[in-house]
Design a protein around this ligand. Structure first.
Ligand code: HEM
Length: 221
């Protein structure tokens, strides 16, 4: 059977994905180096990106929607049981049933990481922009989440990258190319998924950025 290139990842999904790949190390390293101004800027950008991605999961292009890629846990297990078998060309128009849950978990942890940072403080003089608005207990809880959630997120990222390498080596599917250029080779006759208007993405992104800038106005950076 012939193959045809089908668009699966719109520009907004690719922009958000490669931006977080850049910004998560920036956030990690600036925290280690205690460069708080840059840590805060990177955190605001990540909060904007992840909030946008959640809205895009509801209103965005078909492959990006939660309703498209969240299948039952049984479908995820059935997919994992087949993961070694040679299956020919890629047939997924979105995340595979197991990858969808990992993608959701990464988004949820990234959101938890960014939101907890808003309320966190370093016990000396660095306060998240909303840390002064809440009780000491809430601040302590947010701070302990902020220093723990990142480790779980890093573990999932490692699993995520291993899965991508596995698909390349065992199944011969180049998922990275698809996340870079948006299209991937699929069996001839595959239905093209519906793409949302890019301007809708811009409007949702601007909305998220405006809310985050407002939150930022309470802070020191
Ligand atoms: C900071 C590290 C990373 C994070 C937090 C991350 C997170 C994510 C998330 C949340 C998704 C779901 C995308 C969406 O639905 O919008 C995703 C998909 C994807 N990521 Fe990453 N990623 C990271 C690093 C990487 C790296 C280094 C690569 C390349 C080796 C990569 C390749 C991909 C690919 C190919 C997909 C699409 C998978 C599919 O076809 O189902 N990611 N990633």
């Amino acid at each position: 059977m012939g193959e045809t290139r089908v668009k699966v990842w719109d520009g907004w999904v690719r922009l958000w994905h490669w931006s977080i790949v850049l910004l998560i190390p920036v956030s990690y390293l600036t925290a280690q180096a205690q460069k708080w101004d840059w840590h805060f800027y990177s955190g605001y950008a990540l909060l904007t990106l992840v909030s946008f991605r959640i809205l895009w999961g509801v209103f965005g292009s078909e492959p990006a929607r939660f309703a498209t890629f969240l299948k039952s846990p049984f479908a995820a297990l059935a997919h994992l049981a087949r993961i070694r078998r040679e299956e020919g060309p890629d047939r997924e128009l979105t995340h595979n049933p197991a990858g969808g849950w990992v993608a959701l978990a990464m988004m949820a942890l990234l959101l938890a990481q960014a939101v907890s940072g808003l309320f966190a403080y370093d016990q000396i003089f660095t306060y998240g922009p909303l840390a002064r608005q809440v009780s000491e207990e809430t601040r302590d809880l947010a701070t302990s989440l902020h220093i723990r959630v990142i480790n779980v997120l890093l573990g999932l990222i490692a699993l995520h990258i291993l899965a991508i390498v596995w698909y390349r080596l065992i199944k011969g599917h180049d998922l990275v190319q698809a996340m870079m250029i948006g299209t991937k080779p699929m069996p001839e006759g595959t239905r093209a998924p519906r793409m949302a208007p890019p301007l809708l993405g811009l409007a949702l992104f601007a909305l998220c950025a405006a809310v985050v800038l407002y939150i930022r106005s309470f802070g020191d950076y």
